[in-house]
Design a protein around this ligand. Sequence first.
Ligand code: GAP
Length: 461
Amino acid sequence: MPEKKEQDLMQKIVSLSKRRGFVFPASEIYGGFANSYTYGPYGVLLKNNIKNLWWKKFVLQREDIVGIDGPIILHPKAWKASGHLDGFSDALVDCKNCKSRFRADHLVEDATGKDLEGKLDELKKVLDEEIDCPNCSKRDWTDVRNFNLMFSTKTSVVEGKEQEIAYLRPETAGAIFLEFKNVLDSTRVKVPFGIAQIGKAFRNEIVAGNFIFRLREFEQMEIEYFISPDDDWESIFEEWLLLQEEFAFELGVKKENIRRYEHPKEKLSHYSKKTVDIEFNYPFGGFKELFGMAHRGDFDLSAHSKFSGEKLEYQDPKTGKKYIPHVLEPTFGLDRSILVALLCAYQEEEVNGEIRTVMKFPKRIAPIQVAVFPLLKNKPELVKKARDVFNFLKKDFVCEFDDNGNIGKRYRRQDEIGTPYCVTIDFDALDNNSVTVRDRDTMEQTRVNLDELADYLKERF
Ligand code: GAP
């Protein structure tokens, strides 16, 4: 059981997220819709900042990685080739008495410590012999069966043609393999190189939950990094793990809160040489996956070659040798990145006998960079000057104007959304053209001349 303090942290994050416009439970006016969330005005800014940080780090600042943006609905054959149609499933069991539904492997592992993933008969035997329903305490289980996690849909009817079942992508990686040849033919990439993509993925998770940790509709940031079968894959793999950890630090994660978990060899897919999860110490249940890193051999390109009939090869420009590249796959969950950024930013501090809640996001991902306040709302000359400052700063920074309530309340509100700097226009500003800049973390206030304000702030971002 997670400790009370940790459970409290999770509740505080959920409540602050709603109260301050980061994340709302979706479809609330209809009574809510399980496990779906809306990123609110500050949530979407945070999300975009994290996406941009990732894109900049892994695409724009590298010469060996290019990006694509593929469709959510691919040709259905692609999921046959990738193995998702036959194998992307969880083992399900229902309690016949109370109709609750569970992941059979999770129930068995939690109760006995046995890892029987994929072994349906053995799971059923352990359930019947040893495990009561966690909901109603009866023991009356259905058979354990596989449940495919892909959401299906139907393509529109064209006259003379049957509707075809298509699938919402369960990961963004698929489209990358399908565009391997187009990227090779249209750009100047040479092995080793990567193709990156950010986008939504959909999984009909049986047990979703823990806020935005496990969703049915979520976003991934993925790279397929193509290497030669002769390359020293182990050192490239290690470099990627270090980069993934570095990205976690850029979200505000402390070193002691992440670790690597290497999947045991006997549980790897037949084509994989190594798979490692970067795990974060979440307040619910401890270390769980944040990012993943996998060696996938030539499985995907070979499978798509076979199913499509199109050769997905690479010709070495120096030797002329043709081969199917191997692939390393660093994958990052965007929603989990947001959750981790929220968890790591949250701080409570005692200030003059009161508790101040402050989201100490790394400045680069803070939703609002600068808030601008007139000291008093009812002094038109202050409001006008503050508006001028706001209009000037918003060309370079993401700004918010606020003249509501007393200044202390405005600071507290900006602390709760993690705004690194608040600029206040007081009467001195009218006399000597200087304003106060208040630092979120130290709460120190510095007088800065208006002519130097933009540079002062730029230096600090
Ligand atoms: N292409 C590889 C792949 O999809 P994965 O471990 O299944 O690997 C990658 O997913 C990342 O996507 C995970 O590390 C996690 O951050 C995120 N993720 C997976 N399932 C999720 C879900 N149901 N809700 C939110 N994020 C999820």
